[in-house]
Design a protein around this ligand. Structure first.
Ligand code: DX5
Ligand code: ZN
Length: 215
């Protein structure tokens, strides 16, 4: 079953309650946290996750685009995140292991994210211990960018690793996903699709979600 995770980065932040209501036929809510260091943009943080938690029962999938994410795992978990995903490029391996340990301590699901430049093999030291791998199909930082075709073989390679080492692990794709590219990432092996502009930019968000599922 394909899961759709609307990215609220493309939502109207002054009306978040209403914007969540628009996407209630989706599966997860994708929350992009940016620190102005790991990526040049600054988006939202812990207080917003806390408010979202009060406003919805949807699964909160929090994508941390921040340097040394171990510093903030407890805060985002306590705010109500269900899953935290951290970039492999955001710290050295001991820092990544520490962040994953803190997620276990807080009982939140654990995700590892790869920037487009990072090779599929980079997930191998972590794959048995995580719940999700996220392959970025744009450079992280902004919504509305063009899908990077050259990431398709990486998605397929990670699907093979998942089948071999941890079949219950989810494979998420984020960046430039629309009904056309969705079909290709699903064929390559993805099972959770993030979409910002393709959903929030549509007049009928529910129809956009159905189109991404291939319905
Ligand atoms: C980009 C974010 C994405 C972004 C995707 O750094 O991680 O989640 O919102 O936006 P679209 O779907 O418009 O490419
Ligand atoms: Zn994201």
């Amino acid at each position: 079953m394909i899961k759709i995770a609307p990215s609220i980065l493309s939502a109207d932040f002054a009306n978040l309650g209403r914007e969540i209501e628009r996407v209630k036929s989706a599966d997860w809510l994708h929350v992009d946290v940016m620190d102005g260091m790991f990526v040049s943009n600054i988006s939202i943080g812990v207080p917003v996750v806390k408010s979202l938690r009060r406003a919805t029962d949807m699964f909160l999938d929090v994508h941390l685009m921040i340097e040394k994410p171990a510093r903030y795992i407890a805060a985002f978990a306590d705010a109500g995140a269900d899953l935290l995903s951290i970039h492999l490029e955001a710290d050295m391996p001991p820092g990544i292991h520490e962040a994953l340990r803190l997620m276990d301590e807080k009982k939140v699901k654990k995700g590892i994210v790869l920037r487009p430049i990072t090779a599929a093999e980079a997930v191998l030291p972590y794959i048995k211990d995580i719940d999700l791998v996220l392959v970025m199909t744009v450079e992280p930082g902004f919504g509305g960018q063009a899908f990077m075709e050259d990431q398709l073989p990486k998605i397929a390679a990670i699907r093979r690793y998942i089948e071999e080492y941890n079949p219950t692990c989810s494979l998420q794709v984020d960046g430039g996903v629309d009904p056309t590219t969705a079909k290709r990432v699903i064929e390559a092996g993805a099972d959770v699709l993030v979409a910002g502009s393709a959903i929030y930019g549509a007049a009928d968000a529910e129809a956009a979600i159905a189109a991404l599922r291939g319905d």
